[in-house]
Design a protein around this ligand. Structure first.
Ligand code: ATP
Length: 303
């Protein structure tokens, strides 16, 4: 029986570092290339597993070399393979181009992730039963997330929904059915149509969602930390001050680690503080999953 069931995407990132972007019809030589594991679902599953949670990851990989490597990545991080389906066609891949100023251009090929349909989820529904928490993001179809919320509700399992990337079509009725709704500032603005440039504006937008039925709203605010708002309270948990070198994947480090600490029995403020610390360490290192520490590393870093 797993502590956490993450349902979501996996991507294979193919990153080319360029001196400058090619223009139409042009071929340019690029100095560096890197491959890495990504996808919001996968990142969150890996963060929780590295901290020691028993994690089920419900996802779809393609029947190709990238899919094989993804499977090996989950196995070596201790994630159960029970929830992972293999679909015909390509795995999800993300060709990324980064220039010397750090600007990037990203293509997302969802590939096998598109086959994580509500029906595919039905085949894995027993994995949800008995989990302490289901964790969702928005790189898969909204209908699949809605079905996941219904299944989890039926089994009495709480859900954490991280609405990333933002999607205007997200149905507020489903949002009000999850235990935790955790957008970043931009996603909160998209969802409410309200400004989120200042802390007061963020609080007002958060209150708006709580009034519309959201139980616990957790807003991640980059270097400012996280804000927890529910019907009867409001708490700002400040970020840990660090020298950030690469904030890619910080949100996923935060969500995955919060899921871990919360399902280990910590109360929300303590789990938020620990998730801030985990995500802060991840921004001091380059990369996404490779920046996520294990529980053992975390102990060493804190000595
Ligand atoms: P991304 O899309 O890059 O993964 P995000 O926008 O979803 O990130 P953020 O709100 O930027 O998520 O960051 C998530 C959490 O990571 C923050 O709540 C905080 O705990 C931590 N964090 C991010 N940036 C910093 C920073 N510069 N210093 C310390 N902690 C940070």
């Amino acid at each position: 029986m797993a502590d956490i069931t993450v349902i979501g995407s996996n991507m294979y990132e193919l990153t080319t570092f360029v001196d400058r972007m090619p223009v139409e019809g042009e071929t340019v030589e690029a100095p560096e290339f890197e491959m890495g594991f990504g996808g919001k679902g996968a990142n969150q599953a890996i963060a929780a597993a590295r901290l020691g949670s028993q994690v089920n990851f419900i996802t779809m990989v393609g029947r190709d070399e990238f899919g094989r490597q993804q499977l090996e990545n989950y196995r070596s991080n201790g994630i159960s393979s029970d929830g992972i389906g293999i679909a015909d066609g390509s795995s999800g891949v993300a060709p990324i181009f980064v220039d010397t100023s750090g600007d990037n251009r990203i293509l997302i090929v969802k590939g096998a992730n598109k086959q994580l349909t509500p029906a595919a989820l039905d085949d894995k529904k027993d994995l949800i039963k008995g989990s302490k928490l289901v964790v969702l993001q928005q790189e898969i179809a909204l209908e699949t997330n809605y079905h996941a919320i219904e299944l989890a509700e039926g089994y009495g399992v709480p859900v954490l929904l991280n609405p990333a990337p933002a999607n205007d079509d997200l149905n507020i009725d489903y949002v009000s059915r999850v235990a935790f709704f955790a957008p970043n500032e931009t996603e909160l603005a998209t969802l409410t149509g309200m400004p989120t440039g200042t802390l007061d504006e963020i609080k007002a937008a958060a209150r708006n969602l709580v009034r519309r039925g959201v139980g616990n709203l957790i807003v991640t605010m980059g270097g400012k930390g996280a804000l927890w708002v529910s019907a009867d309270q409001e708490l700002l948990v400040p970020a840990v001050t660090v020298e950030a070198v690469d904030t890619t994947g910080a949100g996923d480090a935060f969500i995955g680690s919060f899921a871990h600490y919360y399902t280990q029995g910590e109360d929300v403020p303590t789990a938020l503080g620990h998730a801030n610390r985990y995500a802060a360490i991840s921004v001091t290192r380059r990369g996404t999953q490779k920046a996520y520490p294990t529980a053992a590393e975390l102990n060493d870093l804190l000595l």
